[in-house]
Design a protein around this ligand. Structure first.
Ligand code: NOJ
Length: 569
């Protein structure tokens, strides 16, 4: 069924790095308002804002201390209202980050719950007794160390899947769910257009919270099978949908870490007949496996190099999801966000073929079946940060893992930095590069995180002046997708499956067929014509090179999209 949120292009704004309007070095709401025209020009339909609520900022706002207040660092509620109005005025929509798996440890619920074992809020969180000389279980936190933190006063531990500043909420407690629904309603009544739900498939934990199998003699182990897609997750999502979401014309997208084995579980979240969520980021852990490795804190081991992505893996993973979700389910199409390195540094070539490969990757995002998500800066081909020392890093994940590694390997500094430069989340969090003036036009003051030194050439102003820029290629892709039901709704089928360097697939609807050819190699690559790939009479609708005579050879990082079978056949 057609839906506006299936046809929309979403743009993720990592608020602190987007645009500073107050001169304190931190992006803010005023900055976003000043750039709405830019987003409209690009063709964006929906803006997703990373958290701007009151927060001690242990994890850049993913630790919320008050859900109904805007952090003064980003502005005021009045400014937020203006942003919402201005966004709507331009025909765009705005969705917020709903971080409800955990709160900040400075949230009033947690402060209360910490007061005593019998406090009314105690059961809002997971408090447990320790085992003899150790934590209640052996699970590892995403940011390193145990998921349990000891509280001296009440002599119990509390659970935090992320940092100790992010205690997990107990969704099994009905009062917690009621509080969360009320918060959602409050924002939706204000007029926001939906939510991106942070780690939403972690909200239901198995009751026993039992030990995970330890790996390779490590003290802590991955316990995710006891909290990922847990026993009551579908019940809670259904309830949330019935009580709140279904009452509004909104878009919902859940963040649900998954790998191919989780397709069945994922289908349940997004099957439109079940009424849970519209779509999820299933995170494609096979593609992103180095991040997964990083987050379970085995990062910085020499083994890390084994976890590089490969094209066969990427093809296999994307195809499995595209085919596996089925007609009643809707998907997301994205390659990166604020938790991954930059896509062009990762899957493309951020030097010689930066422009070509950035366009090729965009072609992939916009021609898959699913709502496309752009991460800020990808539309101008921003690259990984150029951090020199550990002092340049800000991310709690990067710093914890660096320290942990150095505690085990005294002489490991250089190696640790080398790996962080490749995989750290800070790579994608550097300030948006608006122009070639000081601080890339992001701020008048020193930004909260180092600006990438390539801002003099890679910036929005330069992109807008160049009609062949990555920006205009994105804009064209957005327009083409919007005008093509086949691109939005057509069936996906992989072709040239075994080709080592080319990712190719068709999208078909009725008698129309679109063929997408993507060369992931920095070299010219040939392919054979056969039944599925016959380009005689095919019409090129978009590509990152001028049309070529030799249709059966792709140039370095070439993307070519053809209509190969027309409506009137
Ligand atoms: C996912 C968010 O995208 C990430 O930035 C954050 O650290 C974790 N969830 C915890 O909220």
């Amino acid at each position: 069924m057609k839906q506006w949120w299936k046809e929309a292009t979403v743009y993720e704004i990592y608020v602190r790095s987007f645009k500073d309007s107050t001169g304190d070095g931190l992006g803010d709401i005023g900055g976003i308002i000043s750039k709405l025209g830019y987003l409209k020009k690009l063709g964006v339909d929906v803006i997703w804002l990373t958290p701007i609520y009151e927060s001690p900022e242990a994890d850049n706002g993913y630790d919320i201390s008050n859900y109904l207040r805007i952090s003064p660092k980003f502005g005021t509620m009045k400014m937020f209202d203006r942003l919402l109005k201005e966004t709507h005025k331009r025909g765009m929509r705005l969705i917020m980050d709903g971080v409800f798996n955990h709160t900040s440890d400075e949230h009033s619920w947690f402060l209360e719950s910490k007061k005593s074992r019998t406090n009314k809020y105690r059961d809002y969180y997971f408090w447990r007794n320790g085992q003899k000389d150790r934590e209640p279980n052996n699970w590892v936190s995403f940011f390193g160390g145990s998921v349990w933190e000891y509280d001296k006063d009440t002599r119990q531990y509390y659970l935090h899947i992320f940092s100790k500043k992010q205690p997990d909420l107990n969704w099994d407690n009905k009062a917690v769910r009621e509080e969360i629904y009320a918060i959602m309603k409050w924002w939706l009544d204000k007029g926001i257009d939906g939510f991106r739900f942070d780690v939403i498939n972690f909200i239901s934990k198995t009751r026993s919270l039992r030990d995970a199998n330890p790996s390779r003699g490590k003290k802590y182990a991955d316990g995710s099978k006891y909290y990922k897609n847990g026993p009551n997750i579908n019940k809670y999502l259904k309830e949330m949908n019935m009580r709140v979401l279904s009452k509004y014309d909104i878009m919902t997208v859940g963040e649900t870490a998954a790998n191919i084995e989780d397709i069945n579980a994922t289908r349940l979240y997004v099957d439109s007949r079940r009424h849970e969520l519209n779509m999820v980021f299933h995170e494609n852990n096979e593609i992103h496996s180095d991040k997964k490795t990083a987050e379970i804190a085995t990062l910085l081991d020499k083994r890390h190099d084994k976890f590089k992505w490969t094209l066969p893996n990427l093809k296999r993973t994307i195809t499995a999801w595209q085919e596996g979700l089925g007609d009643y389910c809707w998907d997301t199409a994205y390659l990166g966000n604020h938790d991954y390195p930059r896509i062009v540094s990762r899957f493309g070539d951020d030097k010689k073929y930066r422009t070509e490969s950035a366009k090729m990757l965009a072609t992939l995002i916009f021609t898959l079946r699913g709502t496309p998500f752009i991460y800020q800066g990808d539309e101008i081909g921003m690259t990984n940060g150029d951090f020199k020392s550990i002092n340049d890093y800000v991310d709690i994940g990067a710093i914890n893992m660096y320290n942990e590694y150095l505690s085990r390997h005294k002489n490991g500094r250089a190696y640790a930095l080398k790996i962080l430069r490749k995989i750290s989340r800070d790579n994608a969090r550097t300030p948006m590069q608006w122009d070639d003036s000081r601080n890339a036009g992001f701020s008048k003051r020193k930004p909260w995180i180092k600006v990438n030194s390539n801002y003099r050439t890679v910036n929005v102003e330069a992109a807008l002046k160049d009609k062949n820029s990555i920006f205009y290629y994105y804009k064209k892709l957005i327009e083409i997708r919007k005008g093509s039901n086949t691109m939005m709704y057509g069936k996906y089928r992989q072709v040239l499956d075994k080709h080592p360097d080319i990712f190719a697939y068709t999208r078909s609807l009725g008698s129309e067929k679109i063929l997408v050819l993507l060369n992931f190699k920095g070299k010219a690559t040939k392919f054979k014509q056969h039944r599925d790939v016959l380009l005689n009479g095919a019409e090129l609708i978009i590509g990152n090179y001028p049309e070529s005579e030799n249709k059966y050879e792709l140039r370095p990082y070439e993307a070519a999209v053809y209509v190969i079978c027309s409506r009137h056949s």
